[in-house]
Design a protein around this ligand. Structure first.
Ligand code: GLA
Length: 424
């Protein structure tokens, strides 16, 4: 009898510890983001100039142009929806720009089959100096849940200097406590190496400062993704910031490159242009379902960089049914880029190559595949077949395709990229 009791007690304690440890590791338990989220956010195009009509018209446009059908489900408001807190501390929408309140907008989005997202800040004030959630986490999370919000972007301005990890965990716990699954998007701009702690805190984490609709901004952000690709996976994604496709003066090729790379890095795909008046080219780019399928592949593995020179990048990754390779021309004129299956992809044999922008099977190739890529353009190739050659994780090649290094260990990759790209 006593033996039996002792045994049950031991089982109970073991189970308790296991559950405690699992919860500690996977603290965010909302089941969301098994593939990267897709939708629209107001900031990149409209900044603070938002109001309820714009958000409603955007909901209508997501449907009118069939963007919801290819996966863009989240309709997300960024900063500047906020009005003031009342005497009990409850946050209210601006009664000038959002007179009907946020619940009405969320209802509108839901009635169209969309999901609805909101923005707040782990500081006293948001970046646009509206009320932030620091100190009001529980109350705000409850308010957001009562408005039936599905996504929270949580920014980092005007904070009290406490470590990001601590402040972001408070909102995670507050969101969990509501019982409503709310996608939790951490926006601390890559300040405190979020990929190391954020997988158990949020569903995505910004890896850099803000993106701008210019080619140098896109390349600058891209370069900072090299060593952190391994941290992206189902439930938690690296976020190199929202898409600028359709904004500024980006050329069609630049937009295609930006969209393809973000998709293959498994970034959230949040459109940022005025979708009420889309250009034909921009719509065609963001509705390329073959590129979207790379982003939404159930394996959830980001591409890695295998070759990077001043004029080209080759990014390669595994998919649930093959591989994907992206050949980026950073040069100022068209150039031919060669993908070597053994060196860059670590496979040999007969490989079927499909071009995901030309929507065309290019045929079976054995050692390599070459194609001409326009200035600032990209070729996105899906590779079917082939067998793995050896166990290295990633290889890295120089300008003349001489092997610089094999990596058997992910940490070595980080160290190497740090020195190769001048970071400590
Ligand atoms: C920060 C964020 C942006 C945007 C603005 C809003 O700069 O990084 O994405 O949310 O704040 O004020």
């Amino acid at each position: 009898m006593i033996m039996g009791l002792k045994f049950s007690l031991r089982v109970f304690i073991t189970l308790f510890c296991v559950i405690y440890v699992i919860n500690g590791i996977n603290g965010l338990d909302n089941g969301l983001g098994r593939t990267p989220p897709m939708g629209w956010n107001s900031w990149n195009r409209f900044h603070c100039n938002i109001n309820e009509n714009l958000i409603k018209q955007t909901a209508d446009a997501l449907i009118k142009y069939g963007l919801d059908e290819v996966g863009y489900k989240y309709l997300n408001m960024d900063d500047c929806w906020e009005g003031e807190r009342d005497e009990q501390g409850y946050i209210h929408a601006s009664n000038v720009t959002f007179p009907s309140g946020i619940k009405a907008l969320a209802d509108y989005a839901h009635s169209k089959g969309l999901l609805f997202g909101i923005y707040s800040d782990a500081g006293y004030l948001t970046c646009a100096r509206r009320p932030g959630s620091l100190g009001f986490e529980e109350q705000d999370a409850k308010t957001f849940a009562s408005w039936e919000i599905d996504y929270l972007k949580y920014d980092n301005c005007n904070n009290n200097g406490k470590p990001e990890e601590d402040r972001y965990k408070v909102m995670r716990d507050a969101l969990n406590a509501t019982g409503r699954p709310i996608f939790y998007s951490i926006c601390e701009w890559g300040r405190s190496a979020p990929y190391l702690w954020a997988p158990s805190v949020g569903n995505s984490w910004r890896t850099t400062g803000d993106i701008h609709p210019t080619w140098p901004s896109i390349l600058g952000i891209l370069q900072r993704q090299h060593r952190i690709t391994k941290y992206a996976g189902p439930g938690g994604w690296n976020d190199p910031d929202m898409l600028q496709v359709g904004n500024g003066k980006l050329t069609v090729d630049e937009q295609k490159s930006h969209f393809s790379l973000w998709a293959a890095l498994k970034s959230p795909l949040l459109l940022g242009f005025d979708i009420r008046n889309p250009s034909h080219d921009t719509l065609e780019i963001v509705k390329n379902t073959e590129i979207i399928a790379i982003n939404q592949d159930p394996l959830g593995k980001s591409v890695n960089i295998v070759k990077s020179t001043s004029y080209l990048d080759i990014w390669v990754g595994k998919l649930s049914d093959g591989h994907v390779a992206l050949l980026l021309n950073k040069d100022e004129s068209p150039t031919t880029i060669k993908l070597d299956f053994a060196k860059h992809v670590n496979i040999r044999g007969e490989i079927l190559v499909r071009d995901l922008w030309e929507h065309e099977d290019k045929g079976i190739y054995v050692n390599s595949y070459s194609c001409e890529v326009p200035k600032h353009g990209i070729a996105v190739l899906k590779l079917f077949g082939g067998t793995k050659i050896n166990d290295f994780t990633v290889q890295y090649y120089d300008h003349n395709d001489n092997l610089i290094k094999d990596f058997y260990n992910d940490d070595l990759i980080n160290d190497f990229y740090d020195s190769a790209f001048g970071r400590n």
